[in-house]
Design a protein around this ligand. Structure first.
Ligand code: SIN
Ligand code: FE
Length: 289
């Protein structure tokens, strides 16, 4: 399998210039890996590197696009400081994406930043929610209509523990394997789900197929074990970027990670033809949105 990881030696959140090979690789579903780009956690902020930073009633800690912190434990001052830490990562992730992907800048839509202090390997989950199985990101209740899901990750583990991912084959290879098993799209069902507010907007055929790929991959034990893949330990003090709706990925272990999501309309890509929407449109021969 051709390498799905592009290693980039930069140490600055603001690399001097964009690089055509990185851009084409990212848009082909590869992971851009910056082994020497560290998010600095201050001495005072180290107290947030505990699972107790999270409100036990919440699934995750996140900073929404308006800057409001959600899901955190602690008093007002602690919450303000935690919000500042997550906000600093957000700003650095934005700087990095603006520097290496300048064409995206005006069109990126900021989604929440999340901080995940829980240990990955001890979480017990349903097959569908289990991100230790390889998948493409697809949100069951939030249709994207093809809009992209770009994610910037950093491992902030203070004890040297890597965040271990598995990274699979290119999108089209995986899509060709699972598309024939996808249930057909039923428009009236999508309308009912929308009317009942199960989905936030009308689920397009694209969203349906992405959901089918996501579920089909996770449910297939043979694919999970034997499908083309590499194991990639991301050590503390590094950053990685990928299109999570296009790079087949799974997280196997680790603790303390931050992640920034951006959305981008397909038309704003350098090469819209490389998008999952374009690939699935070609493979099905139909308009999907
Ligand atoms: C995922 O997007 O599947 C989870 C990534 C992670 O927690 O490292
Ligand atoms: Fe994922």
């Amino acid at each position: 399998m051709e390498s799905q990881i592009i290693e980039i030696d930069g140490r600055s959140w603001q690399p001097e210039s964009a690089n055509a090979e990185w851009i084409a690789g990212l848009e082909a579903g590869k992971v851009l890996y910056f082994p020497h780009l560290a998010f600095e956690v201050s001495e005072a902020e180290r107290r947030f590197l505990t699972p107790e930073a999270r409100d036990p009633k919440a699934r995750n800690i996140s900073l929404d696009a308006q800057g409001k912190l959600k899901g955190a434990a602690g008093d007002e001052l602690a919450q303000r400081e935690l919000a500042a830490m997550i906000g600093r990562f957000r700003a650095q992730a934005q700087t990095l994406v603006d520097a290496i992907l300048p064409r995206y800048s005006d069109a990126l839509r900021l989604a929440p930043t999340s901080y995940r202090p829980m240990q990955v390997e001890t979480r017990i989950q349903s097959v569908r929610a289990d991100d230790r199985r390889m998948h493409f990101d697809a949100f069951p209740t939030r249709p994207t209509h093809g809009e992209r899901i770009l994610r910037v990750f950093t491992n902030v583990n203070p004890e040297g523990v890597p965040r271990v991912w598995r990274i699979g084959e290119p999108f089209e290879t995986v899509a060709r394997r699972f598309l024939p098993r996808a249930k057909p799209y039923v428009r009236w069902q999508a309308k009912v789900l929308h009317a009942l507010h199960v989905t936030k907007s009308l689920r397009s055929e694209y969203d349906h197929l992405m959901g089918q790929l996501h579920d089909g991959m996770k449910a297939d034990a043979d694919y999970q074990r034997n499908g083309g893949q590499v194991t990639m330990p991301f050590p503390p003090g590094c950053v990685w970027i990928c299109y999570a709706d296009q790079a087949a990925h799974a997280v196997m272990s680790g603790q303390y990670m931050m992640e920034q999501t951006f959305h981008l309309p397909v038309a704003q890509q350098y090469d819209p033809e490389s998008s999952p929407l374009a690939i699935l449109t070609r493979l099905t021969g139909r308009k999907l949105v």
